[in-house]
Design a protein around this ligand. Sequence first.
Ligand code: SF4
Length: 366
Amino acid sequence: MRSRLRSAGLLDIADKLDAGIRLSLEDGVRLFEAGDFLLVGWLANRESEKRNGGRTFYNYNSRIEATNVCVASCLFCSFARLKPGDADAYTMSLDEAWDKLRSRAAQPLTEIHVVNGLHPDLPFSYYTDLLTGFKRIRPNIHLKCFTAVEIAFFADLYQMTDEQVLRELMAAGLDSLPGGGAEIFAERVRQKICHDKCGADRYLDIHRIAHRLGMRSNVTMLYGHIETAEERVDHMLRARTLQDETGGFQAFIPLAFHPDNNQMRKLPAPSAADTLRVHAVARLVLDNVPHIKAFWIATGVEVAQTALWFGADDLDGTVQEEKIYHMAGSRTPEAMTTREIERLIRAAGREPVERDTLYNVVAHAV
Ligand code: SF4
């Protein structure tokens, strides 16, 4: 193996990993540029198995996207509609949103994941009532809701600080933050693809505050559009730096760009090889983030399975009713049963472990 690592120009990186020395920006870029991407995967798999053995985590969750009305104009987005009344624009009434949870009364869900567009006309009470209602229906459900971009939007719209927004949402039942909205932190890219929403520093600061208030969160990276390898690694390093400070990120989640029905439709979708490499490099660079998630809705089920040998140790969950990726052309199913997820994980040679949002193991008969 050492001779193969040497001929791929990766021996010094493998030695650093063995010695517990952190990878640099330049190391990360070299991993993206190395010809032998199976070797990059092998290195990542070693790191993954050191942390999690052969276990692959998933959770029994459900997504609710309560509105797709959004004042922002991210070029990669196929989900948002500018105004209420636009074709395909929708905003659920609170009862409609709560009914989504009520209708799953028989399911042993442990998490509700809520993300929305940036709706300009709803009162803040819509969001606090949404959370209180969910907790009234299922007091033990974990509410992982609202990206940092939504938190920043609420703060600006309702004239509060980011911390006040987080505190009020926590008082209403918020348990943790999802990682969406990170896209690529580099300003060059943000200016081109998502110039009118919260910037990288504020995104990270909102996660910093959330961690300080006792919540956990995840961090995502939208890849496969106009970003360079250096910008990908820079993104990972910024997440790593905050993680050094707070320890509050649970998982890093690469999100594949999907080109259908949005303003970047001329770009091709990222290849399977690129997707696998992104997961692998993330595992290698983010030495302080416990989990790398292959979000099967975005990668496709087969690639997500393969990613379990390229550094990923988490397959997200049952999901149910995903709109954001399906409006962008994803051909994955919108839901999987726990039995299907477990079968896919076993078929990939891994051991399925149901977890809750905080990675506690859930004993659950399927
Ligand atoms: S990605 Fe989010 S903020 Fe951007 S347009 Fe879509 S819904 Fe709005």
